[in-house]
Design a protein around this ligand. Sequence first.
Ligand SMILES: O=c1[nH]cnc2c1ncn2[C@@H]1O[C@H](CO)[C@@H](O)[C@H]1O
Length: 323
Amino acid sequence: MPQSNNKKKIIIDTDPGIDDAMAIFVALQSPEVEVIGITTIYGNVYTTLATRNALHLLEIAGRTDIPVAEGSHVTITKGTKLRIASFVHGTDGLGNQNFPPPKGKPIEQSAADFLIEQARHYPGEVTVVALGPLTNLALAIQADPDFTKNIGQIALLGGAFAVNGNVNPAAEANIFGDPDAADIVFTCGADVLAVGINVTHQVVFTDADRDKLAQSSGQFAQYLCKILDVYFSYHHDAYSTKGVYLHDPTALLAAVDPSLITCAEGVVRVQTVGITRGLTIFYNKQKRFGEVTEWSNKPSVKVAVTVDAPRIVNLVMERLMNS
Ligand SMILES: O=c1[nH]cnc2c1ncn2[C@@H]1O[C@H](CO)[C@@H](O)[C@H]1O
């Protein structure tokens, strides 16, 4: 597919994952977007499998021109006790389909080095859409003092702002995966947009939507219908919603078209210890506190507060069916 220069350059940092696969396909089908790379991380699966799945998805899409850079296998504090959500996505991360291994290989560069290099190469132009724990971004921020200036935007799927989490009542899965990294990203001073489950839980892809997708001859539609079963079963068991949450496609589309959401601006800090580890606390700057707090003098970020869910579901459907 020929790429023109006025497209938004996007790197997808991802742990595929069924809704990650949807987001990747939607991105590849979005005329406003040029996917310049995929970086991988643990979360829905371990990093090695995330890399394998990213390469596989690009092969399915016929887009092996897009580089895949493998990310960290451990948290920013070198933690190895990772929480892997195979119960949401299947043990292979893609609905227990046991696809053959991809032919391609990741590039030599690490995810963090790739992020640093691309941000430096296209200053102010690259959007990172982060769909997993934020370790790679935190590593890039720590390794290169210019990264936060060079990066255009960090649009992340993470957090549960003033609602319960999905790992436990406090924490959302991506932030819980590496709370220290998340706190580094939220306070780094870059243009950060957080799309949390307070918003994505409003974007439901129903059983009827899936039936419609199944009737389409679109190649991405057909592929996704094979892998979606496990994701639907999990949602039927865990929630009383008749459908699945479109977490990752919502974050991707919000980064591409900000008119799909409204945001509040303020400072976000992340709880890194204790029973509320992974909790995201947003300070709206309405009260001038008498004393210095952990939120004082920290840069503001944007947090999504409302979403045009019908328009997102339509966009996802349209782009997957026309493939
Ligand atoms: O209940 C859950 N536990 C762990 N991970 C989940 C759950 N539901 C969805 N996700 C995964 O984590 C991100 C959203 O938090 C999404 O990427 C989704 O695939």
